[in-house]
Design a protein around this ligand. Structure first.
Ligand code: AMP
Ligand code: ZN
Length: 471
């Protein structure tokens, strides 16, 4: 099956051709482990997982590499601000190493709960400082760097193709309008490869280097680690759309300057998840985590289903109403699959009467990952009475290879109905309380709170949602 993908570099949808027959090299920028991932970040990791599963379903092997940023990512992407890890360590009164370990573990717990396949290689920046230093040395030998104020900078004027991905024109590059002024920079778009001169005292993470004790800039880790594990030229690089103008632009400049060859063939970027009130960001503290959704009574896979409802290149607005609709659809799908399994005693055999639906599904998924369209085939199949239960199951299992709900392993017994009913009852009361509050009927809102408290259910209002737990 041919795969079509929109390439942010050419701004065109292209037919995918791998560099090495059958195996796809794929690099995805990973988390900065100073806090939990928010559900916006997780949308990007779900999109990357869908892409990886599409390749696997189409018969490719995938070598998926993801970095763990545990040093060097400053609060501003343009070399300004403080190291996010160091800031978090001070605020939480724990060592940077403990912070990194804790949030790396939390990250993989979240991605596991979302059925996101683990990367083939996940590599920590702090374990690859030597690779970064070697790459900076190469850039230095080739004349792409300069030293100023104690730091080593990449000089974008030495790399004429700079800004191709983001379509930065000469005027953008001159102005550097949105970039904070660092007087050491010859061009405002130049960026730090190695810091020896931290603005902050007692920087906890320091390494020896040919330029003195210091720490790497953020962008160099992705170039160094991707090339270490995937070679100098590989197929796919993905991430969120916010990385186009600075992070990926700088990654390309330093990688291609070092090797003199094209670094990546296909740049695939996912659009943002937004909240009603706008952008979700970790640094502003206004973010929802997967655990928040679970505390609200949702299954992590409800969120996976929610993300399937929008094309990865469209913005997706998060709302609890939308998540609730996704949850209902996801539960209905699971219930249907359980019923189908029961009716064919668990094993559907080789019946392929549902194949046209699975083929349609896969064709849509291979058309630049059009999952919203592909999902329609799931429901059309379920409704088609001419397809046998076994035919439906076989087709659903093929579709699930991309969807990632692990349908073949769904337990046949249904979830305890009592629990679901109880959750629905509490949710209905909370919805009524929200409405009462919106209508300024605080007496009714308090009455509901008290009634739940009497049943041993504690509720907590947050700016985004009402959480509840049994005590
Ligand atoms: P970070 O941990 O900040 O480096 O981000 C991890 C990944 O999440 C990157 O690929 C970002 O581009 C992506 N990302 C950040 N914010 C959002 C958002 N609101 N929606 C979707 N993806 C996001
Ligand atoms: Zn990166």
């Amino acid at each position: 099956m041919e795969i079509q993908l929109y390439n942010s570099m050419s701004k065109k949808t292209e037919t995918f051709t791998p560099i090495h027959k059958e195996a796809v090299g794929m690099y995805a920028c990973g988390p900065t482990v100073y806090n939990y991932a928010h559900i916006g970040n997780l949308r990007t990791y779900i999109f990357e997982d869908l892409l990886k599963r599409l390749f696997l379903t189409c018969g490719y092997e995938v070598r998926h590499v993801m970095n763990i940023t545990d040093v060097g990512h400053l609060t501003g992407d343009a070399d300004d601000g403080e190291d996010k890890m160091v800031k978090s360590s001070r605020e939480k009164k724990q060592s940077v190493w403990d912070i990194a370990e804790f949030y790396t573990k939390a990250f993989f717990e979240d991605t596991d709960r979302l059925n996101i396949l683990r990367p083939t290689v996940s590599c920590k920046a702090t374990e690859h400082i030597g690779d970064m230093i070697a790459l900076i040395r190469t850039l230095e030998e080739k004349g792409y760097t300069y030293e100023a104020g104690g730091n080593i900078y990449f000089s974008i004027d030495r790399f004429p193709a700079y800004g191709r991905l983001a379509r930065l024109d000469a005027q953008d590059l001159q102005a550097g309008a949105r970039i904070a002024v660092d007087e050491n920079k010859r061009n405002p778009h130049d960026f730090v490869l190695w810091f020896t001169n931290s603005k902050y005292e007692n920087h906890a993470m320091l390494w020896d280097s040919p330029w003195g004790k210091g720490y790497p800039g953020w962008h160099i880790e992705c170039s160094a680690m991707s090339m270490k594990y995937l070679g100098n030229h590989f197929d796919i690089h993905c991430g969120g759309i916010d990385h186009i103008p600075v992070h990926h632009t700088n990654e390309i400049a330093q990688s291609e300057a070092a090797t003199g060859e094209t670094w990546v063939n296909y740049w695939i970027h996912g659009e943002f998840l937004i909240l009603d009130k706008g952008k979700m960001s970790k640094s502003s503290g206004s973010f929802l985590t997967l655990q928040t959704l679970i505390d609200e009574g949702f299954d992590p896979l409800d969120y996976r289903y929610f993300c399937l409802g929008a094309h990865y290149r469209s913005q997706l607005k998060f709302s609890f109403e939308g998540l609730k609709a996704a949850s209902q659809a996801r539960r209905k799908l699971f219930a249907k699959v359980r019923a189908l399994k029961e009716s064919c005693d668990g094993s559907p055999g080789a019946d392929d009467s549902g194949k046209p639906y699975a083929d349609r599904f896969l064709a849509d998924a291979a058309d630049d990952l059009n999952l919203p369209k592909a999902l329609a085939s799931v429901w059309a199949l379920l409704k088609d009475d001419t397809v046998s239960a076994a035919g439906k199951l076989n087709a659903l299992y093929r579709m699930d290879a991309v969807l990632g709900f692990d349908l073949p392993n769904l337990k046949t017994e249904t979830a305890p109905a009592a629990d679901e009913e109880e959750t629905a009852r509490i949710e209905a009361l909370l919805a009524e309380r929200r409405e009462a509050k919106a209508a300024r009927d605080f007496a009714r809102a308090d009455e509901i709170r008290d009634r739940l408290a009497a049943e041993g259910i504690r509720i907590k209002d947050t700016p985004d949602a009402t959480l509840w737990e049994k005590i």
